[in-house]
Design a protein around this ligand. Structure first.
Ligand SMILES: Nc1ncnc2c1ncn2[C@@H]1O[C@H](COP(=O)(O)OP(=O)(O)OP(=O)(O)O)[C@@H](O)[C@H]1O
Ligand SMILES: Cc1ncsc1CCO
Ligand SMILES: [Mg+2]
Length: 269
């Protein structure tokens, strides 16, 4: 292991167990495409999801939640105001919050909203390589919501963003790269078929929110959440005939994941 402070397999299991025992309530202001998979992934890992965004209730709900996940996937001015209200309430209370900057770089509106939210210093930013490169002002070459860059090529961008937020930045892809500047974890796992199911990354961000609620160290929480998600995805892909089976098998694997599997399968360096 490159850095002894990085989570090991026993830590990942302890985090997964903490989520199952604590059952955190995760408030999501997320996109229409991601709502179903994110909510089901949260339930499968033992958390409680709620998708709440009306201006009339978003602050009240943020006061009840253990973590907030903000995802700009299907944004509009009305939704952006919901995000602002929720983030303000979450940061006032000091609960962890996760930003998923979907398709940042694809349009100037997305890049601008991503930058505005970033300035509120999310506990964790989780995006694909093209999104993280774009947010950092480097040339991300996304294809809409999909990445065309490699996660390993976005490490410098991730570190630059972590400098801005003071938090954790995670770049998912072939290998998931997670940094808080001081520590950088490379989380291996997952399967290429995962990129063929829409909103997989959004669901990963939601699960990161649950782990950040249950685990005090955001780097530990994020790397553990992505290790569990990757492990479940990898196992789900074994025997999946395509994206459809992978999607439901992933939920089953997240739900059924056992200590022995996590201890044997975690690969963080
Ligand atoms: N080539 C790959 N090999 C292994 N795992 C992968 C691969 N591509 C994606 N994944 C996994 O799939 C999950 C989603 O990551 P991805 O980077 O595709 O998110 P995303 O582009 O934000 O997705 P979306 O916008 O559809 O929500 C992560 O757990 C990631 O590790
Ligand atoms: C396909 C799609 N379009 C906007 S959000 C979303 C879900 C994957 O990010
Ligand atoms: Mg995404």
């Amino acid at each position: 292991m490159a850095d002894s402070t990085l989570p090991g397999s026993a830590d990942v299991w302890a985090c997964a167990d903490a989520v199952r025992r604590g059952g955190p309530l995760v408030h999501n202001v997320t996109n229409y495409v991601a709502m179903d998979l994110s909510a089901n992934a949260l339930l499968a890992v033992g958390a409680s999801p709620a998708m709440v965004h009306a201006h009339e209730e978003v602050v009240d709900f943020a006061l009840l939640a253990d973590a907030l996940v903000v995802n700009i996937g299907t944004l509009s001015p009305n939704w952006v105001e919901s995000m602002r209200l929720a983030v303000r309430a979450a940061t006032d209370r000091g609960i962890p919050w996760v930003l998923d900057p979907v398709a940042a770089g694809a349009t100037s509106y997305r890049t601008q909203v991503g930058a505005e939210l970033l300035a509120h210093r999310p506990t964790v930013v989780r995006g694909n390589a093209s999104e993280i490169l774009s947010l950092a002002g480097m040339t991300g070459r996304g294809k809409g919501v999909d990445a065309t860059d490699e996660s390993g090529d976005a490490l410098e961008a991730a570190v630059a963003l972590a400098q801005v937020t003071g938090g954790v930045v995670a770049v998912t892809g072939d290998v998931d790269v997670v940094t808080d500047r001081r520590r950088t974890a490379h989380v291996a796992g997952g399967h290429p078929l995962m990129a063929r199911v829409t909103a997989m990354g959004c669901a990963a961000s939601a699960v990161v929110g649950a782990y950040a609620a249950a685990v005090a160290d955001p780097l530990m929480a994020t790397a553990s959440a992505l290790a569990v998600f990757g492990l479940a995805g990898e196992r789900a892909a074994t025997g999946a005939v395509g994206p459809g089976t992978l999607r439901w098998r992933l939920l089953d694997e997240l739900y059924a994941l056992e200590q022995s599997t996590v201890l044997a399968g975690t690969r963080i360096s």
